[in-house]
Design a protein around this ligand. Structure first.
Ligand code: APR
Length: 250
């Protein structure tokens, strides 16, 4: 049978407010490497060398070059059925007058490309960059080629991502926390749940009374705190789940 319970299907069909947290695992089946899987980015590179301000200021060419590479990877891939299923679930919930919010830790922009509209990017996006001196956004082509200096003031240009030790965009984390606190059903998809404050969202939802479910082939750090663990790949489990939820009254 399916890797999810009838309870989950019933609660999603009845839910007025649905919220979702996604991590790198939902983009894995698109061919975008995760961070902490055996073949993940942090197995090849050290976050200390790349994903923080000190590393960037110490070696801007290396860091901008790494993000230009990651942009190239994302350019060449497509959203997978897991991304599409979440966009379909959003449409189904909002068409019935419900509330839906998807908070993603991913910076690959694939949720929006799959059709999701109510998305907050907790860790920013590699598709945008800006000058650290005058904050002017770099234009798409400059971002594309990983330009290092601002065309307006000559200052250094960095990607619009949240690095280790940096604050998340306030509006994004506030919206994600409010959605978690109000959700009837909360889905945590493809995240190892080790990086806070994002990892605190499923727990916040659970404490506020939501039915909290994780979709992950490998139980995360917080699996024991949740109502249900769907042991599967997002690209397979989510389309089956959303098909069951959106089926005409069975
Ligand atoms: N479907 C669902 N989950 C999957 C799949 C899949 N096909 N493949 C892998 N996973 C799961 C892994 O089991 C793991 O639990 O996705 C999770 C990926 O975890 P991480 O690589 O740690 O990625 P993430 O949780 O998004 O990392 C959070 O850490 O490095 C920082 O800022 C970075 O946003 C990132 C944050």
């Amino acid at each position: 049978g399916p890797p999810f319970s009838e309870t989950l299907v019933r609660r999603l069909r009845r839910a007025e407010r649905v919220a979702v947290l996604t991590g790198a695992g939902i983009s894995a089946e698109s061919g975008v490497p995760t961070f902490r899987d055996p073949d993940g980015l942090w197995q090849k590179f050290r976050p200390e060398e790349l994903a923080n301000v000190e590393a960037f200021l110490d070696n801007p060419e290396l860091v901008q070059g790494w993000y230009a590479h990651r942009r190239q990877v994302v350019e060449d891939v497509e959203p997978n059925p897991g991304h599409v299923a979440l966009a379909e679930l959003e449409q189904w919930v909002t068409a019935r007058g419900g509330e839906f919010l998807l908070a993603t830790q991913n910076v690959d922009g694939l949720h929006r490309r799959a059709g999701s509209e109510r998305v907050v990017e907790l860790h920013g996006s590699i598709t945008r960059s800006h000058c650290i001196e005058c904050s002017a956004p770099a234009d798409a082509s400059a971002t594309e080629r990983g330009a290092l200096t601002c065309e307006s003031c000559g200052g250094l240009v960095r990607p619009d991502v949240v690095w280790f030790g940096e604050m998340l965009p306030e509006a994004a984390i506030a919206a994600a926390q409010e959605a978690a606190a109000l959700a009837d059903v909360y889905l945590s998809v493809g995240t190892s749940a080790v990086v806070y404050p994002a990892a605190g969202l499923p727990q916040l939802a659970r404490q506020a009374g939501a039915y909290v479910v994780e979709v992950n082939p490998i139980p995360s750090d917080i699996a024991g705190l949740l109502n249900e663990v769907v042991r599967g790949r997002a690209g397979e489990a989510l389309p089956d789940l959303v098909r069951a939820v959106t089926a005409p009254d069975a």
